[in-house]
Write a protein that binds this ligand. Sequence first.
Ligand code: CTP
Ligand code: MG
Length: 404
Amino acid sequence: MKPPFEQALGIIRQLKRHGYEAYFVGGAVRDLLIGRAIGDVDIATSALPEEVMRLFSKTIDVGSKHGTVVVVHEGTAYEVTTFRTDGDYEDHRRPESVTFVRSLEEDSKRRDFTMNAIAMDERGTIIDPFGGQEAIERRLICTVGAADERFREDALRMMRAVRFVSQLGFALAEDTKRAIVQNAPLMAHISVERMTMEMEKLLAGPFVAEALQLLADTRLFVYLPGLAEKEQLLRSAAACRWPWLTEREERWALLCRALDVKDIRPFLRAWKLPNKVIDEAGAILAALDDVPRPEAWTNEQLFLAGLKRALSVEAVRAARCGAPSEPHHEELRRRFAALPIKTKAELAVNGKDVIRWAGKPAGPWVKETLDAIWRAVVGGEVENEKERIHAWLMERNRTHEKNC
Ligand SMILES: Nc1ccn([C@@H]2O[C@H](COP(=O)(O)OP(=O)(O)OP(=O)(O)O)[C@@H](O)[C@H]2O)c(=O)n1
Ligand SMILES: [Mg+2]
């Protein structure tokens, strides 16, 4: 058995030793069959959560009410979920309560897409009750059973379908697509946090262009934060080179730019993104406005942005206009390496020094003076060395006095 399944075999064997059924399920089995990098390995079992907790020494109760216990095995955390059918769905979100069942087949029936309803036992035998392998061969995303029911159970699945299009390059099966169009308004019941998780995966997929067109075709976009009025721009955003971006902040910055979002903070806040992400996306966009062309970076702008952000700015610019950014990245790396200091902390003098030299009480002038100093150092006007900076400051004060 291939890694990472091999590492998790111990859990399946332990469950089986005690008379329970246990299988690998979900995305990991799907990705194994597709030949794609495998993410988290999930396990489904006939054992009840308290039985799972009794069988393993290190467990975390992450949602035993819903059947999920995390088992830490040889340093890795695995979600072990009891076979279940999802009880009554209220509000088209994941259920309040679930019913535990003892058969894998019952469990597979409640899953979203046929490719996600494939199980694998400890010998590597595939159990595929709904034709998931055929769907994978035909590169189709197809719900388990009636699409309407699956989407009414959890409306987020509609967005999952589109994010799988982006990640896998598969197409939506006809009836699955039709059901998304019909049920799109159910997205109104879904929390923003869950939408955002899917949107981030969607924007990071290799087939994001198809996925963005599909968000528009299915009208799912109407229910996404800040997108309701942006159908045409969303379609044009498909032309951007999204796969050239590597950071989530770059993707959010490009989304703002492609959708011509004027007030980016409220837009990004509506997606409930962490402040850190909002700040960085905002800083990337501000620098993109300040530096009109990739060749136009001044040393000061490069210093203030830092190398990482400067590269992000050029990646976003390139993804937007389709001209490769590699040559600019090289040049920016070279120029950043040549800067005499990379951060203000590397300055050879600090506030205490300038106060001592001036013999004046601290005040706003200290920051102004330090700003003038780093600008002069970055601009190559003075070497980053204490005595030279002192001399440069005295000279500057003399000229200043003269001019006044
Ligand atoms: N709304 C949902 C979410 C999940 N699932 C089922 O739970 C499995 C695991 O869910 P999750 O880890 O969220 O998705 P993956 O399919 O594993 O995708 P990823 O690779 O992104 O984790 C899915 O394969 C699917 O069988 C579902 O039926 N309906
Ligand atoms: Mg998963």
